[in-house]
Design a protein around this ligand. Structure first.
Ligand code: IMP
Length: 192
């Protein structure tokens, strides 16, 4: 079976992708290949950051690799937090603080439109390819639900009554930004 690195140590993402492509690839995490350093993410685009991570692994460790980057773009905030979604409230990746800041910045704002975007960058057999997924929706006035992670409690996808945090993992994956990008990655891998 062919090895491929998913440039993450997020167990939730690893399990999700292994369920999808685990019968064709041995999916290795950064920890599995002994990569313990912080990989630079210095681009101001999702695509740039995802490709930067995939290239870093290819160049330093030699493995074929894919990497992802996700952002929440809020219309009334001119696309913020966007590529800076993980550190919106400052360094430290604290989702509670990020959500609190987002709700504060949107207080009294009538336009709640937002979307999540994910870009997956793949380097395989000497080729570089990217896959995108997007889901449109709105930012709720307060948190709803206990599931998911990050901004899930305050994001309600279009044509749904529930926030992402109120949905089952399968229901979320079926329509989510990452689910859609992953489906495109899978289609590409199946065509190889
Ligand atoms: P990452 O690129 O997957 O690390 O995502 C960047 C930030 O976006 C994370 O820190 C989360 O706060 C947020 N995020 C990514 N994916 C999701 C999601 O599916 N739901 C809610 N928030 C997310």
């Amino acid at each position: 079976m062919k090895d491929i690195v998913f440039a993450t140590n997020n167990q939730h993402k690893l399990e999700e992708i292994r369920r999808i492509i685990g019968d064709r690839f041995r999916v290795l995490s950064l920890k599995d290949i002994g990569c313990h350093e912080e990989i630079p993410e210095t681009s101001d685009t999702l695509e740039g950051n995802a490709m930067q991570k995939a290239r870093y692994v290819k160049e330093h460790y030699g493995y074929d690799c894919f990497a992802d980057d996700t952002g929440l773009m809020v219309d009334a905030l001119d696309g913020a937090p966007g590529v800076y979604s993980a550190r919106y409230a400052g360094p430290g990746h604290d989702s509670e603080a990020n959500v609190a800041l987002l709700l504060g910045n949107l207080e009294g704002c009538g336009n709640r439109k937002a979307h999540f975007s994910t870009v997956i960058a793949l380097i395989m057999d000497g080729e570089e390819v990217t896959f995108e997924g997007r889901v449109d929706g709105e930012i709720l006035n307060e948190r709803h639900g206990e599931g998911g992670f990050g901004y899930d409690p305050v994001f309600r996808p279009e044509e749904c009554d529930l926030s992402f945090a109120e949905m089952s993992a399968d229901a979320k994956n079926a329509i989510s930004h990452r689910g859609r990008a992953t489906a495109r990655l899978l289609r590409y891998l199946e065509s190889k």
